[in-house]
Design a protein around this ligand. Structure first.
Ligand code: LLP
Length: 418
């Protein structure tokens, strides 16, 4: 459920008409609903309330400071993958003990910073990383708390680019190598084994792969116990999908929690979850303006001022994002068209072969479900400044990231002068 809705045929974010924001900040812009973000967190927290758990929002999904701040206020922790994300977590006051650090390529300086801040644990993805961690922790006179990310080899049945828990992926340690690596970890002087981690993919629309992964993880946990290693945490990663199309209804967090809780069966363990998309995805939209309508030879194009550099998902994953007029007018004719951007690539589209109302030049349109993996994946391709981000709280809104300027585009560049 989200708080983007029509009031008197004007699309609003909570109590603010999007046309009002467009007037104030120009287009394109991302708009986030604080109430929606917080609602999504509360639903998750309530669903897992029966057991000891920690929700570590996956910062990569949307790392705007205002977004993180509103989530920290709800008591969540963070799943981070870089020192940049760690810094964001610090700036919004997320305590170290609520941070887990994932990713296959943690650099030395990133490990040092995270150890220094006292994070809850590192989700270790290789033997080399484990040894590096042990070394750095030793130099710093600390013990590095860890979980090992195990690759449970289940097929999440999602887009291949966002499936991560299969044998062929670069992530985690294979199931068979897990026990020997745990035994090695337990023998290292500057390592403290705390948990077991897995993350099988993103935008999962069925629960079976989560249950399969948890079953495999719990089998390992038992085997580890028998070998004298008692885990305190099981981190199941993120991945729960969201509805991008109205017809598509992924499982509700309550249902998700229900099957996991049943599988855990009162085990004396703290469950960590790393949801990203399910928290921020439907809490954000991208608002853009129609520049031109062009009748091509075989189809009609709605050319907008937002391009694939602003929202990459359709170009990269052929992702579906619903497109709506900001001003709804009844009785408009409908036709099948492509909504495209100004970038010089044929993959630059937001919607393809979509039945849409007749838009007019100058009109505003909203690209929905853009709050996760939207702005964070944007770029300056075609020398386009990155767009503004706006947050709405009730009847108020604020720019939470200014639109980049043309000067900023070039501020780190210089001519080759010796
Ligand atoms: N934990 C780990 C270790 C992850 O790699 C990810 C996402 C998450 C948690 C959060 O997953 P979520 O709950 O958001 O599904 N750019 C792609 C999604 C890439 C996901 C990468 N990892 C997209 O736009 O669909």
């Amino acid at each position: 459920m989200d708080y983007f809705h029509y009031v008197d045929n004007q699309l609003h974010c909570e109590k603010v008409p999007l046309s009002k924001i467009a007037q104030a900040v120009g287009t394109p812009f991302y708009c986030y609903s604080e109430q929606t973000l917080q609602r999504h967190v509360r639903v998750f927290q309530e669903a897992f309330a029966p057991i000891s758990h920690l929700i570590c929002y996956s910062v990569k999904a949307n790392s705007n400071l205002a977004v993180l701040d509103s989530l920290v206020k709800e008591g969540v922790g963070f799943d981070i993958v870089s020192v940049g994300e760690l810094e964001r977590a610090k700036r919004v006051g997320c305590p170290g003990e609520k941070i887990v650090f994932s990713g296959v390529g943690k650099r030395r300086d990133e490990i040092q910073s995270a150890l220094d801040y006292g994070i809850l644990m590192f989700n270790v993805e290789s033997k080399s990383e484990l040894l590096r961690l042990n070394g750095i922790a030793g130099e710093m006179g600390k013990k590095a708390p860890i979980a090992i990310r195990v690759n449970p080899d289940v097929d999440p049945k999602t887009h291949p680019y966002i499936s991560t828990g299969m044998r062929t992926n670069k992530f985690g340690i294979s199931y068979d190598q897990a026990i020997p690596l745990y035994l090695e970890a337990a023998s290292l002087k500057n390592i403290e084994v705390l948990g077991l981690d897995c993350h099988i993919g993103s935008q999962l629309t069925s629960l079976a792969p989560f249950v399969d992964a948890l079953k495999r993880v719990l089998t390992l946990e038992k085997e580890l116990f028998a070998s004298g290693i008692k885990l305190q945490y099981i981190d199941l990663g993120g991945g729960l999908g969201i509805p991008y199309e109205e017809e598509q209804v992924p499982p509700h967090p309550e249902h998700y929690a229900g099957v996991l809780l049943a599988e855990l069966n009162n085990r004396n363990i703290t469950l960590i979850l790393e949801p990203g998309r399910v928290i921020s995805g439907n809490a954000g939209i991208l608002v853009s303006q129609v520049e031109y309508i062009k009748q091509g030879e075989t189809k009609k194009f709605i050319i907008t001022d937002a391009g694939m550099n602003d929202l990459l998902r359709p170009a990269l994953y052929e992702a579906y994002h619903s497109v709506q007029p900001v001003e709804r007018r009844f009785g408009r004719e409908e036709s099948v068209c492509d909504v495209v951007g100004p970038i010089c690539e044929s993959g630059d589209y937001s919607a393809r072969e979509r039945l849409l109302p007749e838009f007019q030049e100058g009109e505003l349109l909203a690209i929905r479900s853009a709050g996760a993996y939207g702005f964070v994946m944007s770029s300056n391709y075609n020398s386009r400044p990155r767009v503004a981000e706006v947050m709405v709280r009730g009847d108020k809104f604020a720019v939470v990231r200014r639109r980049e300027t043309i000067d900023q585009l070039m501020e780190n560049e210089s001519l080759f002068e010796l």
